[in-house]
Design a protein around this ligand. Sequence first.
Ligand code: SAH
Ligand code: SF4
Ligand code: F3S
Length: 373
Amino acid sequence: MKYFIVTYGCQMNVHESEKIAGILEKLGYESGKSREDADIIVFNTCAIREGAEDRVLGNIGNLKKLKKKNKNLIIAVVGCMTQKQQTAEYLLRTFPFIDIVIGTFNLSNLGYYIDAVKKGRQLELWEEGDIDETLPYKRTSGENAWVNIMQGCNNFCSYCIVPYVRGREKSRKEENILNEIKEIVKENKYKKITLLGQNVNSYGKDLNPAIPFSKLLHDICAIEGDFKLSFMTSHPKDLTDDVIDAIASEDKIEKFIHLPAQSGNNRILKMMNRNYTREKYLEIIKKIREKIPNCRITSDFIVGFPTETEEEFNDTYSLVEEVRYDSIFAFMYSPREGTVASKMEGQVPQKIKNERVNKLLKLEKRLQKEYKN
Ligand code: SAH
Ligand code: SF4
Ligand code: F3S
């Protein structure tokens, strides 16, 4: 019995697919080489932009042929896209050959649903619950070991679907994280450990007693062993001095920060509900450059947010020029149903979004050439 997992989306999903693999191996499945070769195919989906969802839909459609050839093939669709009730129902309606549709909160019970498929199709979407710490991971990312430190997000940036499909911020207990990392170090296979969370800087605020993220970093670095530590993603509003100091002072921490700015214009930042200004963002960058020489800095940007004017986009452009990032991701704003921004008037035409994203990417190329010289 073989499994094949198709993963879309962020590192969080990549890591969760390692959990899916762990669950499937516990059930006696082995890793297969292709979809054709598999007895169970799992699509771990992403809902961040329309493009991500379209890719999933196209690829699910293609599975029909496989199901025809092999009636016993089990097809499961899980992840952020399926946590939305409407999408989950749409999938079952449109693709009658899908066997299991479950959301992010049910993932730990995938084994149960596989068993239940014998009795009929499975659709279940739970409300958020606790993280199941007992499930094994089958680590598949080479020399890097992902470690989840928290789930969910409380920020509700007005464009973003994540808080709706991942629930509220919930930090793992520090002790459990440290134990997991000790195990990883003991295995002696991983040179790099990457901590994952939508907003790692707010780690520990919900614990009792609260623990600052910088303490977690220092405590991990105190674990004996030869490894490099990094983390993502940092939200500028919560990147405090103690975290910058930890990166500067701990040899084990990589000199690298992914610090998404999203926009360089204060009116747009406000509408995005990001809770910082361009000036505050630049101040943080200055501090990082002062305290951590040679720190690599990367960022994400969204162009064509509702009502964004050409001048406001130019503020984003000039921010990218000013900060001289090591690299950036630039995305065209994609309205997500249920979010505040999707209901805003003044949606920007696709053609203009295209132009702006191309301008940013061209700028990035130019800047990268300049560094190399
Ligand atoms: N928690 C992280 C990022 C999560 S999503 C953070 O706050 O930075 C990764 C990136 O996708 C975001 O940084 C943003 O640039 C982009 N993104 C999120 N929602 C989007 C949307 N509706 N349209 C376009 N890009 C989006
Ligand atoms: Fe989305 Fe904002 Fe949360 Fe990041 S911080 S996951 S962009 S709501
Ligand atoms: Fe996508 Fe979910 Fe990650 S929406 S970006 S897979 S948290």
